[in-house]
Design a protein around this ligand. Structure first.
Ligand code: GTP
Ligand code: MG
Ligand code: ZN
Length: 283
């Protein structure tokens, strides 16, 4: 058997990129279909049967996004514009929390940096704060060098996300013009057929892939448990040895997270945003 990755599914047509780089049309074998439906991003084991390639097995998923439906994502680029729309620290942290809850690595991208004229603009404090907390932060404007971004895209499966108007299409266009045209076709077809489940397609870029539908169209924490959130925040990773194992880091005694904030090892802004998001979660 050979290993590969599903890079697109259109109705019953599945395209698999094999480890040797070969792109093949594959059919899903009946026993696989009964077990779980394959989705784009799945690592699969295939076997040639006469002149066809059959998917025999779907490997265990490292993670999975619902919207867009994708498996085994390495990273989500969370785009936030400095102006128009204006940067919102809470919105940014709500998006980051969604990525972390899905067990995916977030990369923060500040767009429209050219709109910042004052070198003492508070936006730089936010950038420093994220970097100090250990996040990858990429800055872009309309014409800066994109090699730091390309470096991160290398050999990875990535998704771009961010609110309307932050500059997703502009950035895609700068990365690869043909990619932008293809993603626009997807957006149009999504609007037409609201009730059909359309799967994302992975487009090759820098030896890896970029999904053609943006992540997180709606951000809701309604179905997230408070405990899940309390354990998922990247900033808290070294501070989870609280006295109580189910500590929500609010007003519990001997909370390692609160101590971390007090000792300035955890960003106070991030902690305040965490408390707000916690209120949106299920008890
Ligand atoms: N000054 C400046 N303007 C930018 C930059 N990036 C994007 N824009 C502008 O911001 C507007 C929105 O950009 P888009 O790329 O269409 O944003 P989008 O995220 O694709 O938006 P949706 O498709 O609605 O989700 C456009 O007018 C762009 O020209 C930038 O780095 N600097
Ligand atoms: Mg767009
Ligand atoms: Zn705690």
């Amino acid at each position: 058997m050979r290993k590969g990755r599903i890079i697109s599914i259109v109705s019953n047509q599945v395209k698999v990129k094999l480890e040797d780089g070969q792109l093949v049309d594959a059919i899903i074998m009946g026993k696989v279909r009964l077990d779980k439906a394959p989705i784009v991003g799945d690592i699969v084991m295939v076997e040639s049967i006469e002149d066809k390639v059959g998917i025999q097995e779907i490997c265990e998923r490292a993670n999975q996004l619902q919207r867009p439906l994708l498996a085994n994502i390495d990273q989500v680029f969370v785009l936030m514009s400095t102006r128009k729309p204006d940067f919102s620290s809470l919105l940014a942290d709500r998006m980051l929390a969604q990525v972390m809850l899905a067990h995916i690595h977030p990369v923060i991208v500040f767009t429209k940096m050219d709109k910042i004229e004052d070198p003492n603009d508070p936006i730089y404090d936010y950038i420093d704060d994220y970097r100090k907390s250990g996040y990858d932060v990429i800055l872009v404007d309309k014409e800066n060098d994109l090699s730091p971004l390309r470096e991160l895209l290398k050999d990875k499966i990535s998704v771009l996300s961010g609110n309307s108007g932050v500059g997703k299409s502009t950035l895609l266009n700068r990365l690869d013009k043909s990619l932008q045209i293809r993603t626009q076709e997807v957006s149009k077809s999504l609007n037409r057929g609201k009730h059909t489940t359309t799967q994302s397609t992975l487009h090759p870029i820098e030896g890896g892939y970029l999904a053609d539908t943006p992540g997180f169209s709606t951000i809701s924490f309604e179905r997230v448990s408070q405990y899940e959130l309390s354990q998922s925040i990247y900033d808290f990773r070294d501070h989870l040895n609280c006295k109580f194992r189910d500590c929500l880091h609010q007003s519990e005694p001997q909370c390692a997270v609160k101590l971390g904030v007090k000792n300035k090892e955890i960003s106070e802004i991030r902690y305040e945003n965490y408390l707000k998001i916690l209120q949106e979660c299920e008890g």
